[in-house]
Design a protein around this ligand. Structure first.
Ligand SMILES: [Mg+2]
Length: 373
């Protein structure tokens, strides 16, 4: 197995906002800071002076209204604290940046000196005090697993809706996505490579557990897995969220601009289509034909897609591999080796010309030391 095992130093971690004073009055307004910080929008008379910002924490969106451009990041954290109970010094915000390369974000940075605009979306990581006590004091085996609404769709029976894949109305939707969805290329396709499409949440990243850094929530062996896969596959990330969240997550996980592999592009929820399942009603799914329509060199013969939710494969059941969901990172990160085993599987099948002959449900049989769940 030619996996390159490596560890990156802690210095690579991206700490967005360092802890600062908790004094709320200090955070309310910082006229000194706003005078000293460059800001491209400050002279724009048409720009609104108050804005609404959405903060996503543990999969829930919190709307914060009436943020003034002269308020500071510290003030924003104070507002987030009121909504989420995460203390300001435990908050890590990402999804925006300082407009000045020489002045990194801090709690005294004013909103208008950042890339935040009205209706901006921000992702917050942080730990509530009670959660921290639980993680520190409770026996790891007693921590309750998280469940989300999607779990009810995770059984194999979803695939009985096999007729859906050929319905003309859905093929028409896919054709529209091929025409209208704008892909922002990060790296070009490479000659002769197969295609690997990866989900993010619960596949590469535990997006609901509490943590103080993305590293704590990253699935073990993520970088080793991507570096190994990159030898044989062009890599696409497809998440049922917005492109803003995807970029922010990939930046935090240090997948963006990694020295040992490159991502070809990201796809978000707008590239998905909704279909009607007789059993489950309306579902959003990820049709690979959106990619195949734009890049004819890829097809069901050379594409494989990993997702923890099987219904996402509804339009292309043959190409999907349902990965075990990665949850409870604090409990499972010492033992989860799914990506290590899947690296071996991808390496083995990379030599096969036609993936339609494979049944990815049996991937464990081809990998030494792997177990069926
Ligand atoms: Mg997922």
């Amino acid at each position: 197995m030619d996996l390159t095992i490596f560890r990156e130093s802690d210095s690579c971690r991206s700490e967005v906002v360092p802890p600062q004073a908790e004094n709320d009055t200090e955070c309310l307004k910082s006229s000194e800071a706003s005078e000293s910080q460059p800001c491209s929008s400050k002279n724009d008379e048409s720009a609104p002076h108050t804005m609404s910002i959405t903060v996503r924490f543990r999969g829930i969106d919190y709307n914060i209204n009436d943020i003034h451009v002269s308020n500071t990041i510290g003030f924003l954290k104070h507002k987030i604290h009121l909504l989420t109970s995460v203390r300001p010094e435990r908050q890590k915000l990402f999804g925006f940046k300082s407009l000045s390369a020489s002045q990194p974000l801090s709690d005294t940075t004013t909103i208008d000196a950042t890339s935040l605009r009205d209706k901006s979306k921000v992702i917050m990581m942080g730990s509530v005090e009670d959660d921290i006590k639980v993680v520190e004091n409770v026996n790891k085996d007693e921590i309750n697993p998280f469940f989300d609404d999607f779990d009810i769709f995770e059984d194999d029976e979803t695939m009985s809706d096999v007729g859906i894949a050929n319905r003309q109305e859905y093929l028409t939707k896919i054709a529209r996505r091929v025409q209208e969805y704008q892909i922002e290329m990060i790296n070009p396709p490479r000659e002769g490579k197969k295609l690997l499409v990866l989900d993010i949440d619960y596949t590469l990243f535990d997006h609901k557990s509490t943590a103080q850094s993305a590293d704590e929530l990253m699935r073990p062996y993520l970088h080793e897995f991507l570096a190994s896969a990159y030898h044989d596959y062009d890599i696409v990330i497809w998440s049922a969220t917005s492109i803003t969240y995807i970029k922010a997550k990939m930046r935090q996980l240090r997948v963006e601009n990694h020295p040992l592999y490159k991502i070809m592009f990201y796809l978000d929820s707008r590239a998905m289509i909704s279909v009607h399942s007789a059993k489950y009603g309306l579902l959003n799914v990820k049709p690979l034909a959106v990619i195949w329509g734009k890049f004819p060199q890829y097809s069901e013969k050379n594409t494989i897609m990993f997702d923890d939710i099987r219904r996402n494969f509804l339009m292309n059941a043959q190409s999907g591999l349902k990965i075990k969901a990665y949850r409870d990172s604090h409990k499972n990160r010492a033992t989860d080796a799914e990506l290590l085993h899947l690296s071996q599987y991808l390496k083995k099948i990379a030599k096969i010309d036609d993936f339609t002959k494979l049944n990815h449900k049996h991937w464990h049989k081809y990998v030494e030391g792997s177990r069926r769940h």
